[in-house]
Ligand binder design. Structure first.
Ligand SMILES: [Fe+2]
Length: 291
């Protein structure tokens, strides 16, 4: 029985009801105050997990101000996040410092600029053996203005699309739905073309994974009517003012802990005193959630 099996409408109906009943309606519901992100109390840990169970994401708010990538690493470790996806722009420990780059290779990649980033899930260009299932985004410093994130549980996106038309799901589960052509964006420099589905179900855990980018350059959608209709429906979903789209600005000491949910980033401006710095840790692991 899987709620993500189009041939099992009963399992879907049951899951759908619970999902909608538990879904938060604002970013405020995601936030948990914690004293030390490196050593959570049992109550703090449970409060974060409770949110992850509901919507695959939670935001912690802490007094931590240090410029120390051990903070996201130790935070993640407490949730079973251990296997980091290193990329050539990450530091040696596999954690990326996301800030405006003054030069070098990084400045040609959008995350290292102050420009907005469209809706996506992380690592959508990765090969299957490097699927990004979990992520921690920890804020050391916020910008003088801007830099908010919009967030959406990818399971909710699945639900809304399936409700609109199950054919959208069928189209987006095709193994050749989305192709990233050779050599694009961040991560590894030169890469071969990478085709894959948007939605897939992890064989080991039965959990739903989403691979998506709203960018229009350096991406090729399967050119059939069903795929194009599904992509249009998804785009429409993400541009509407839904109460399932949460808006949050990470302030110093705050961080997003999630199962690689859909997110974007607004453009921002730094000044001399406010230079945005976020640590980004991407994992092959999914957050360990026990019911
Ligand atoms: Fe991202």
């Amino acid at each position: 029985m899987s709620p993500f099996d189009l041939n099992d409408p009963a399992a879907y109906a049951q899951w759908r009801e619970r999902k909608l009943a538990n879904a938060p309606h604002s970013a405020a519901e995601l936030i948990v105050e914690v004293r030390d992100p490196c050593a959570l109390t049992e109550a703090e840990h449970e409060a974060l997990l409770q949110r992850i169970r509901r919507c695959n994401m939670a935001i912690y708010a802490s007094p931590a101000r240090e410029e120390d990538s051990a903070i996201p690493r130790l935070l993640g470790w407490q949730f079973g996040l251990e296997h980091l996806d290193a990329n050539w722009l990450a530091d040696e420990d596999g954690i990326s410092e996301i800030q405006v780059s003054g030069g070098g290779t990084r400045q040609s990649y959008i995350p290292y600029t102050d420009r907005p980033i469209k809706w996506h899930t992380d690592g959508y260009y990765n090969p299957p053996q490097r699927t990004i299932r979990g992520m921690v985004l920890h804020c050391v410093r916020s910008a003088a203005s801007g830099g908010e994130n919009r967030l959406m549980d990818h399971e909710l996106a699945y639900l809304l699309l399936r409700d609109a038309d199950p054919q959208h799901i069928r189209a987006l589960m095709q193994p050749d739905a989305m192709t990233i052509p050779e050599r694009v964006d961040e991560a590894d420099g030169v890469r071969p073309a990478q085709s894959g589905p948007v939605f897939s179900v992890d064989a080991a855990t039965g959990s739903l994974h989403m691979r998506y980018t709203a960018r229009t350059r350096s991406i090729e959608w399967k050119q059939d009517a069903a795929t194009l209709a599904a992509v249009a429906a998804l785009e429409k979903l993400l541009c509407c003012d839904s109460s399932y789209i949460y808006r949050a600005r990470l302030e110093p000491g705050m961080g997003l802990l999630c199962n690689n949910v859909l997110h974007d980033r607004a453009g921002f401006s730094d000044d001399a005193e406010h230079q945005r710095l976020l640590y980004r840790a991407r994992y092959y692991d999914r957050i360990a959630v026990t019911p």
